[in-house]
Design a protein around this ligand. Structure first.
Ligand code: TRP
Length: 333
C-alpha cells in the first residue's frame, strides 16, 4: 500500500446472498476507487456468528462473497480482500476496546435492539458488543473513510467516539474515520415493497435480486415487481415502484432516466418490466461467468486468500502493537 493514498475500509457479512442493491449501490462503485485509494474489504465472518449460522453454509457464503467481489471487478492485487477470522488482531483489539466502551452506549444501538427482538432466543454478548468489533475492524487499519449505508451510521459514530476517547487518554493512536459518501451509485429498493431498501437479509426473496440468480428467476422477479395503477413510465416520488425500476434500468445500462422515460413512453408496464429484467440479466451475465471460472480455480483463490490475509495481518499488527504498548502490556522479547 502506498503511503500517499487515503485508506478505505468496508466490511460485508457472509450471510444472505449479495444483491443487485449491494452491487449497484456499493460494489460497482468500489471498483472505481481502487486506483485512487488503498482499499480493504473484509468479509466479516466473526460478525456473522452473532446470530446462529450453519457451518457449511457460512464457509460457502464467505467464499462466495470473495468470488463475487472479484467477479464484480475488485482487483485482488489492488484491494486487500480478506477474511476477518484470518486476522486475529481484530479479536484482540476488540477485547481492548471493550474496556473503553460503555454499556450505556451499546444499549442505545438501534441494530442491537432490532436484532435482539428478531433473535429473542439468542441475545448473546457478541450481539451486544458487535459495534466494538466493527470499530476494531476500522481502527486497526488507520482508516480514513468508511463507505456505509444509513443502517451502519450509528456504528460509525460509536467507532469515532471510541477512537477519540482512546486518543484522548493515550495520544494519537487511531485515525478518526469518516463516512465516505459516494457521489454516484443507485439506491435500489425492494421489488415488492419499493418504499424500503433492497436488503440481503430480506425474507421475501421476491424483494431481492441476488447477483447469482439465474436469468429465468431474474425475469420472473421483475415481472412480479410492484408498480402502480396509472400505467405511465415516469420517475416520480409518488411512483416508488416504477421509479425504482427506472433507476435500476439506468444504472445497469448507463442510459439516463429522462432518456429511459422517453424510451418507454408508450410502452405498457408488462413490456417495461421485461426490458428492465433483460437489461439486468445482460449486465450480470459476464459477472456470473467470472464466478463460474473462479469456482474452478481453487489454487488461485487460495493464493488470494493467503496473500491478502498476510497483508492485512501485517498492517493490523502494527496498530495492535502500538495499542499494547500504550496501555502498558509488557513488551515481547
Ligand atoms: N456491520 C456491517 C454490516 O452489517 C459490516 C461491517 C463489519 C462493517 N465491520 C465493518 C462495515 C467495518 C464497514 C466497516 O453491514
Amino acid at each position: 500500500m502506498s503511503d500517499d493514498k487515503k485508506i478505505i475500509f468496508s466490511g460485508m457479512q457472509p450471510s444472505g446472498l449479495i444483491t443487485l442493491g449491494n452491487y449497484l449501490g456499493a460494489l460497482n462503485n468500489w471498483t472505481k476507487l481502487q486506483d485512487e485509494y488503498n482499499c480493504l474489504y473484509c468479509i466479516v465472518d466473526m460478525h456473522a456468528i452473532t446470530v446462529r449460522q450453519n457451518p457449511a453454509q457460512l464457509r460457502k457464503a464467505s467464499r462466495d462473497v470473495l468470488m463475487q467481489y472479484i467477479a464484480s471487478g475488485l482487483d485482488p492485487e489492488k484491494n486487500i480482500i480478506y477474511y476477518q477470522s484470518h486476522v486475529s488482531a481484530h479479536a484482540e483489539l476488540s477485547w481492548v476496546l471493550n474496556c473503553y466502551t460503555y454499556m450505556g452506549e451499546l444499549s442505545r444501538m438501534t441494530q442491537f435492539k432490532e436484532k435482539s427482538q428478531k433473535h429473542a432466543d439468542n441475545i448473546n454478548s457478541g450481539l451486544f458488543t458487535y459495534p466494538v468489533l466493527m470499530a476494531s475492524d476500522i481502527l486497526l487499519y488507520q482508516t480514513d473513510l468508511v463507505p456505509v449505508g444509513e443502517d451502519q451510521r450509528q456504528h460509525l459514530e460509536i467507532t469515532r467516539d471510541i477512537a477519540m476517547r482512546f486518543n484522548g487518554i493515550y495520544g494519537d493512536v487511531f485515525k478518526v474515520p469518516e463516512a465516505y459518501i459516494s457521489k454516484v451509485g443507485a439506491k435500489v429498493m425492494a421489488l415488492q415493497q419499493p418504499e424500503k431498501k433492497m436488503s440481503k437479509s430480506d425474507e421475501n426473496k421476491n424483494n431481492t435480486i441476488a447477483l447469482m440468480d439465474e436469468p429465468s428467476i431474474i425475469m420472473s422477479k421483475f415481472k412480479k415487481a410492484v408498480t402502480d395503477s396509472d400505467n405511465e413510465v415516469r420517475f416520480s416520488d409518488d411512483k416508488p415502484g416504477v421509479s425504482n425500476l427506472l433507476s435500476i434500468y439506468s444504472a445497469v445500462t448507463g442510459i439516463t432516466i429522462p432518456e429511459a422515460e422517453k424510451e418507454f413512453a408508450n410502452v405498457g408496464y408488462g413490456n417495461f418490466k421485461t426490458s428492465v429484467g433483460e437489461a439486468v440479466v445482460a449486465r450480470l451475465e459476464p459477472l456470473q461467468k467470472r464466478v463460474a471460472d473462479l469456482e474452478k480455480n481453487k489454487d488461485y483463490l487460495d493464493s488470494i486468500i493467503k496473500i491478502n490475509g498476510e497483508k492485512a495481518n501485517h498492517l493490523a499488527n502494527k496498530t495492535l502493537r502500538k495499542v499494547h504498548k500504550k496501555i502498558g502490556f509488557p513488551p515481547r522479547v
